[in-house]
Write a protein that binds this ligand. Structure first.
Ligand SMILES: C[S@@+](CC[C@H](N)C(=O)[O-])C[C@H]1O[C@@H](n2cnc3c(N)ncnc32)[C@H](O)[C@@H]1O
Length: 245
């Protein structure tokens, strides 16, 4: 499975929840929106359509999966959000999903993202909170998720920082801070985890944390109607920059 398929699997699993949260922020047709780490673009395209009189900027360090022709009011920008800056006070909405947790300066990024907002503009950040692998009811899932979580820790990701997002937002001075969660689904309808595990499998096998037998056992388990598990929770936090600026 390639990167595009991975990004599309994420979109299929989470877009409904994300657009619900964004819709509840009552976007106006004139809003300018910034989508950080836009991936394969579904949320940037949604924002461009939802705010047709404003401009949506979709940023990613890898823009190969983004199509600037999708909307006349959409700009695709290749940038590294840990280093590159955007126009201060420019955006009504800044959104990032499954990006900050992977970046070393994630807390500082919340502060920087605030500077890109207009007074009263919304910051919405979503990241995963992984449940302890050893609490899975399925032994093979315990082994595979322990390896998967270690893989991301080794890459510098923090797969539990999402729990603190509301507090990070409040401490950064955001107003109207609130949050919601989406339970991950492994097994059964709506499972996106088989695709994510397949994608990570070569790295996990190379690291020696998972065996080919583990992966075969996992695939076999997927045919069991009782295979239903919750590997993580997506925490979605939002808040607005102080209306007075
Ligand atoms: C897990 S994907 C999530 C994509 C999309 N936000 C979604 O949820 O569908 C993370 C995305 O962030 C991008 N990314 C990671 N680090 C970045 C950085 N420093 N600057 C810009 N984009 C980055 C990756 O290229 C990738 O497209």
């Amino acid at each position: 499975m390639g990167e595009r398929e991975r990004l599309e699997a994420i979109q299929r699993a989470v877009d409904g929840h994300t657009t619900g949260v964004l819709e509840a922020r009552r976007p106006q047709a004139s809003w300018d929106c910034l989508e950080l780490g836009a991936g394969a673009g579904s949320i940037a395209y949604w924002l461009a359509g939802r705010c047709p009189d404003g401009r949506t900027v979709a940023v990613d360090r890898n823009t190969a999966h983004l199509d600037p022709a999708r909307a006349a009011n959409l700009a695709v920008v290749q940038a590294d959000i840990t280093a590159d800056d955007f126009e201060p006070g420019r955006f009504d909405l800044v959104h990032a999903r499954y990006v900050f947790c992977h970046l070393a300066n994630r807390r500082e990024l919340v502060t920087r993202a605030l500077t890109w907002l207009k007074p009263g503009g919304w910051l919405v950040v979503e990241d995963p909170y992984h449940l302890p692998a050893e609490t899975s009811p399925f032994p093979v899932v315990r082994r595979i998720m322990a390896a998967y979580q270690q893989h991301y820790r080794d890459l510098g990701s923090d797969i539990t920082w999402a729990r603190g997002l509301p507090a990070v937002f409040a401490r950064a001075g955001l107003a109207d801070v609130d949050y919601a969660g989406l339970l991950g689904r492994m097994g059964g309808p709506g499972d996106r985890w088989a695709e994510l595990i397949r994608r990570a499998a070569p790295d996990l096998v190379a690291a020696g944390t998972v065996t080919a037998d583990d992966l075969a056992e996992f695939e076999a388990l997927r045919t069991d109607p009782a295979f239903l598990d919750i590997p993580q929770i997506t925490v979605c936090a939002w808040g607005r920059s102080q209306p007075g600026g």
